[in-house]
Design a protein around this ligand. Structure first.
Ligand code: ZN
Length: 95
């Protein structure tokens, strides 16, 4: 399991300082929309974040039965076509 080192960060297009999320709404399991606010100037902008595809599959219990509208990325699909084995479900995982 890799260690996540970086959080998602976006900067203000006008002054370059960090944007914070003022509001956010989960529109679907793969799509969040909200308003980002600059930490320095008065800028605010609508932001949408969407997971586009599966870069590497989950080992969450039952993940293949969940109704998540994602398909393998072209890179992952090429690996599957070459015989890549999906990870075993991790039954020890908790929510
Ligand atoms: Zn700014």
């Amino acid at each position: 399991m890799s260690t996540l080192k970086n959080r998602l960060r976006m900067t203000c297009p006008y002054c370059g300082k960090f944007l914070g999320m003022r509001t956010s709404e989960r529109m679907s399991p793969v799509y969040i929309r909200g308003i980002a606010e600059c930490s320095n100037c008065t800028f605010r902008g609508h932001v949408s974040i969407e997971i586009e595809d599966i870069a590497y599959p989950s080992n969450h219990p039952g993940w293949q039965k969940l109704d998540i509208p994602l398909t393998p990325s072209p890179h992952l699909q090429a690996q599957i076509n070459k015989g890549f084995q999906m990870p075993a479900e991790n039954h020890a995982a908790t929510h």
